[in-house]
Design a protein around this ligand. Structure first.
Ligand SMILES: [Zn+2]
Length: 110
């Protein structure tokens, strides 16, 4: 699972870099010049950036949490390897797609 850990670490690094860039951009937005339209669009932009940063931060949290899992990338139901693509899409996955779908089908029938 070293490859997966490396992929997750790379993702963490690039997310941290993106967050840094975004925060810097936000700090350089000039809110005190231009007319009301500029101010309105600047604050909308600020809101979008804040949403972006929040989204990246929550993914960062998930990735860091995933790294603490000693069974990272191993299905807790069938002990098979979880597809790395699935792990990156959903870093806190503890089941492979087959088991997760099976669980979903079972609970949907209830
Ligand atoms: Zn499984």
């Amino acid at each position: 699972m070293e490859k997966l850990i490396k992929m997750i670490n790379d993702d963490i690094l690039s997310l941290e870099a993106s967050i840094k860039v975004k925060s810097k951009e936000m700090n350089t937005v000039k809110m005190n010049r231009g007319d009301i339209v500029d101010i309105a669009s600047a604050s909308q932009q600020h809101l979008d950036d804040t949403t972006d940063i929040n989204r990246m931060n929550s993914r960062l949290d998930q990735l860091k949490k995933a790294l603490k899992n000693k069974d990272l990338g191993i299905c807790e139901s069938c002990s098979d390897d979880i597809n790395p693509k699935r792990m990156l899409a959903l870093p806190t996955s503890t089941e492979c797609i087959t088991c997760a779908e099976h669980d979903y089908a079972t609970s949907a029938r209830r």
